[in-house]
Design a binder for this molecule. Structure first.
Ligand code: R5P
Length: 279
């Protein structure tokens, strides 16, 4: 994505020497002149913790070297799911993360952040943001590849994506109860009317894949065809890919917000448009 964005924006692709001191501390050095230039840093924020400190140092260093603005382009935005205190003693890390990013960057570009109880990034981010919606592009992809689809969302949170992708096609949203990060319980209505359709399961994030796998089980148990599984952001934590490869699915497809062999839906163009809108 990086080279394509740079070409489309007619921007210079500059090197940064990012390294570690022997004790593990971060060393970085820009090898270009940043005076009065806009710097765009592209870094998807899957596995965010090891990426964060180097990113903050890059932003601060660029500013110290005279950069005009430092824009973070994070196609996947981390820490959006802990958007409330679910249990006593927890923190609302969505807010803390947004504070950290807002303190170091001048603007943010991202794709479909997990907005649920927080309805707009401006509720927690204090910098200009551009949000790209993948749904219209996923819709075109499905139209070009799938006949007679029926769309399924595994939970209430997925409804916004599933409905936007489905347009006039039938949509069924299941009910999910999350027991913990490893276990979910999903219930679905009678689906016998959809046996001649091609099921398309859509979620914004596939992490452990338990949500997808439980939904796939339901479709299989009810005698539907193996589903096409679409995730906007494929995080694929732990054994997710292994489990999905052994599940009864037609295909696994993701958007290119996190580089992975399942990437089939291209969002580079809208990302370029969003960056352009900030420049
Ligand atoms: C949460 O509500 C999200 O929309 C996804 O459903 C969730 O992150 C998927 O997680 P996992 O793949 O671990 O079940």
């Amino acid at each position: 994505m990086l080279e394509d964005i740079a070409v489309a924006l007619n921007a210079d692709l500059e090197d940064v020497n990012l390294n570690h001191f022997p004790d593990g501390e971060t060393y970085l050095r820009f090898e270009c002149d940043l005076t009065q230039r806009d710097l765009i840093i592209l870094s998807s924020l899957n596995d965010p913790n090891p990426k964060l400190l180097p990113l903050l140092f890059m932003a601060d260093t660029a500013k110290a070297l005279g950069a005009k603005r430092v824009i973070l382009c994070a196609p996947y935005l981390a820490y959006m799911r802990q958007d409330k205190q679910f249990k006593k003693g927890e923190g609302i890390t969505s807010r803390y993360f947004a504070d950290i990013i807002s303190n170091h960057f001048d603007a943010l570009v991202t794709v479909d952040p997990h907005l649920h109880r927080i309805h707009d990034l401006s509720e927690i981010y204090r910098i200009p943001t551009q949000v790209i919606h993948a749904a219209p592009i996923i819709r075109e992809w499905v139209k070009a590849h799938i006949n007679n689809p029926v769309f399924f969302g595994p939970d209430e949170e997925s409804k916004q994506w599933v409905k936007a992708v489905a347009a006039d096609a039938p949509v069924v949203v299941f009910e999910k109860t999350r027991i913990d990060s490893q276990h979910v319980n999903i219930v679905a209505p009678d689906l016998s009317g959809y046996q001649s359709h091609q099921p398309v399961l859509i979620d914004d994030i596939i992490s452990t894949a338990h949500t997808m796998l439980r939904s796939i089980d339901i479709l299989t148990q009810q005698g539907l065809k193996p589903p096409l599984c679409i995730g906007v952001h494929g995080l694929f934590s732990q054994h997710a890919i292994d489990s999905l490869q052994h599940a009864s699915i037609a295909r696994l497809v993701t958007c290119n917000t996190i580089a992975h062999p399942s990437n089939a839906i291209e969002l580079t163009e809208p990302v370029v448009r969003a960056i352009r809108a900030l420049l």
